[in-house]
Design a protein around this ligand. Structure first.
Ligand code: ADP
Length: 166
């Protein structure tokens, strides 16, 4: 049987406990998970691409170890569907939060189906504790000197503090 490959794309600026929770669920569905870190210049990320990739990689080891699923983390700067084809993905994984994510994701799936109808998009929901976490709000809280330790992995909280201090 061929290996099932999943692609989980995002900006990960920075990776949050919401993303981690989605990845822990995604590995139940695939044999290989590619976490694609989008360059996303339009979003003017706080963290440079290489640091976003590094932060995601740091979190993957325990998940790969526990699940036995291989996880690769790589940057990408192309159309999502083209990247999905490049890595031979069978499914694209997205996380769904509240109603606010739905409209955007609904449109994206429609467009992506038109580009390639073979690759399905699968939506996962994080545990209730993590559903409201968004990278954008985490950055806002950190900028205002708030405590983000409940929202991001400890090493990410440290990096945020350092980045915003300097
Ligand atoms: P994008 O720039 O594509 O919105 P993000 O890095 O913000 O990428 O998120 C990547 C994916 O993870 C998206 O599908 C997003 O909806 C999902 N996601 C982010 N935070 C959460 C969360 N707290 N719970 C569930 N899904 C989430």
């Amino acid at each position: 049987m061929s290996k099932r490959i999943g692609l989980y794309p995002g900006t990960f600026d920075p990776i949050t406990l919401g993303h981690v929770d989605i990845i822990e669920r995604a590995v139940k569905l695939v044999d290989l998970l590619v976490v694609g870190v989008a360059v996303n210049k339009d979003k003017r990320p706080l963290f440079p691409l290489d640091e976003r990739v590094e932060m995601v990689r740091e979190q993957m080891e325990p998940i790969a170890g526990k699940s036995g699923v291989a996880i690769t983390v790589a940057p990408f700067d192309t159309l999502l569907m083209r990247y999905a084809e490049e890595v031979n993905a069978d499914i694209i994984i997205r996380g769904l939060r509240a109603v606010s994510d739905f409209e955007y994701e609904f449109q994206m799936v429609g467009m992506n189906q038109a580009l390639n109808d073979e690759i399905e998009t699968v939506f996962l929901m994080a545990d209730a504790r993590y559903q409201s976490i968004a990278s954008r709000l985490v950055k806002e809280i950190a900028r205002l000197d708030g405590d983000v330790t409940g929202f991001v992995p400890a090493s990410v909280a440290e990096r945020l503090a350092k980045k915003l201090a300097g």
